[in-house]
Design a protein around this ligand. Structure first.
Ligand code: ZN
Length: 209
């Protein structure tokens, strides 16, 4: 009994290979402990820090690891394999991820909350990320103007229970996003419009007898 259970565990471990069939940035069930630490990237604020034991337990698709998300966003580490992306091989999926942020002066900018990917890894991301699976939008080259990092201190969905255990009134960085410039924002708006038009025409075709 004990033997078969440990064999099953080995099967599960052998099944998952980070960067191949599980993205580097997703959480694993073995990474359930959290801590607080002074933020290195957002001076004066406190970071939520998640223990790092990638490969322990099973991957939790759909739950991005808090610390790896931040490391990936700050250091341009690849969402799929975790290695640094050089500027010439750094891509985003801005049609499917991130959103538009309205600034205090009313200007709208694109904000991306998913770390970039290598072009080779972008192909794997299509298979690994359910929200990309049905989309035909191509990966987009990361802009020359890399924008600026903005912290999010509101509670990330799914972390409400953890948030209740944190000291009251303490501003904690749960995640961050990259606020891009006006030029890239217009590019993303255009791509999303085109993508919607394509998706719309497909729907019309599907409805035709
Ligand atoms: Zn990669």
């Amino acid at each position: 009994m004990g033997l078969s259970r440990s064999m099953r565990r080995e099967d599960a471990q052998a099944r998952w290979r980070i960067g191949e069939n599980v993205p580097w940035s997703v959480s694993w069930t073995g990474e359930s402990a959290f801590d607080l630490a002074p933020s290195r990237d957002f001076p004066g604020l406190i970071d939520l820090v998640q223990e790092q034991k990638p490969g322990v337990g099973a991957p939790v698709f759909g739950f991005v690891h808090v610390t790896r998300q931040r490391l990936g966003m700050v250091g341009h580490l690849c969402h799929v394999c975790g290695r640094p992306t050089p500027a010439r091989d750094r891509y985003l999926f801005p049609v499917e991820s991130g959103g538009f942020v309205t600034l205090a002066d009313g200007e709208v900018r694109y904000g991306g909350n998913v770390p970039p990917v290598h072009l080779d890894c972008a192909r794997k991301a299509r298979r690994l990320c359910p929200h990309l699976g049905g989309s035909r939008a191509a990966p987009v080259a990361f802009p020359g103007d890399e924008g600026r990092l903005v912290q999010r201190t509101d509670v990330v969905p799914g972390m409400e229970a953890l948030a209740r255990t944190l000291p009251a009134g303490l501003e904690v960085v749960f995640s961050c996003y990259r606020l891009f410039g006006a030029h890239f924002t217009r590019h993303v708006e255009r791509l999303r419009r085109e993508h919607q038009e394509t998706a719309g025409s497909t729907d019309v075709l599907r409805q035709a007898p």
